[in-house]
Design a protein around this ligand. Structure first.
Ligand code: PLP
Length: 288
């Protein structure tokens, strides 16, 4: 088996030797942001949007930008190349750096920590999941008030996915105190109503503005499919014709049940599968 290589602060290291300092703020405070970009057939999908969102996350938290987009682009590609990833993902994380533990920010000269890794995902695994569709478990949204920032504070998401898995569900949908679905633990949530309109929550601070979400919206415009950006309730979702989630690595993943109740006829939706098949035609595709 090939040794995996990880980029850490300017160096490419063997997987087993790669590490960051024990006093890294990502480790102690969750003071770090990240991106996950799809690698599809040796191409990088929607790099520009991911890099722009990373810059926004950094800006919102006043973490210094560690390198130019061009340099980051080289790091991502080199990490993909060294790990021979044709289909899978590239992960970039930037923390505020390492410093003796203190709630206050470190002085300006402290360098952000940058990690990049790339991992293969057999395409057959995602296709099999999409052909079967996934189950969803709903649970209260216990996260913080700035879910628009892609931070590594993923404990609520981890707890939610674990609870979902115990009930045979692949994803959790968070529900706000009004009974509206915010988003998935690691995806955006969508339904198709009886009129064939798509509904997804508006991208306010309660959700992450998913890159796959934005690309799908471009595709919907091109295909003249009506979209309503508004909150929807769990009851509405249960009565929907189709449901699905979007994320960079899954693109569109059909949802076939919510809390054990089937959606539509209990199999992946026709429109969902059509949009899944067309998704990459609306995405930015570049050589990796
Ligand atoms: N919402 C949350 C909370 C996520 O963690 C993710 C991705 O990991 C998404 C939405 C989907 O975002 P993207 O389409 O950019 O992968």
């Amino acid at each position: 088996m090939m040794t995996r290589t990880v980029y850490v602060n300017g160096r490419y290291l063997p997987y087993g030797e790669a590490g960051v300092h024990v006093e890294d703020r990502g480790f102690q405070f969750g003071d770090a942001v990240y991106e996950v970009c799809e690698v599809n057939g040796g191409r990088l999908v929607d790099e520009t949007r991911h890099v722009q969102r990373l810059a926004r996350s950094l800006m919102e938290l006043a973490i210094r930008r560690p390198m130019t987009p061009a340099a980051l682009s080289r790091v991502m590609r080199e990490t993909i190349r060294r790990n021979r990833v044709t289909n899978g993902l590239v992960y970039v994380q930037v923390s505020r750096g390492a410093r003796p533990r203190d709630f206050l920010f470190p002085p300006d000269h402290v360098e952000p920590t940058v990690v990049c890794l790339a991992r293969s995902i057999p395409p057959g695994r995602l296709e099999a999941a999409a052909a079967a569709g996934i189950a969803i478990k709903t649970m209260p949204d216990t996260r913080w008030a700035r879910c628009d920032i892609k931070t590594v504070m993923l404990l609520p998401a981890s707890l939610a996915k674990e609870a979902a898995r115990k009930e045979g569900a692949r994803e959790a949908w968070f529900v706000d105190p009004d009974g509206h679905v915010t988003e998935g633990a690691s995806s955006n949530a969508w339904i198709v109503d009886k009129e064939g309109r798509l509904i997804t929550r508006q991208a306010d601070i309660a959700i992450l503005r998913g890159v796959a979400r934005t690309t799908l919206i471009d595709l919907l415009k091109r295909e003249n499919i009506e979209l309503l950006e508004r909150p929807f309730t769990v009851e509405e979702a249960r009565a929907a014709r189709e449901a699905f989630v979007t994320s960079a690595t899954n693109t569109l993943m059909p949802v076939v049940s919510i809390d054990g109740q089937p959606i539509g006829n209990g199999s992946p939706g026709i429109l969902t599968l059509r949009l899944r098949a067309e998704f990459h035609s609306a995405a930015e595709i570049a050589d990796a």
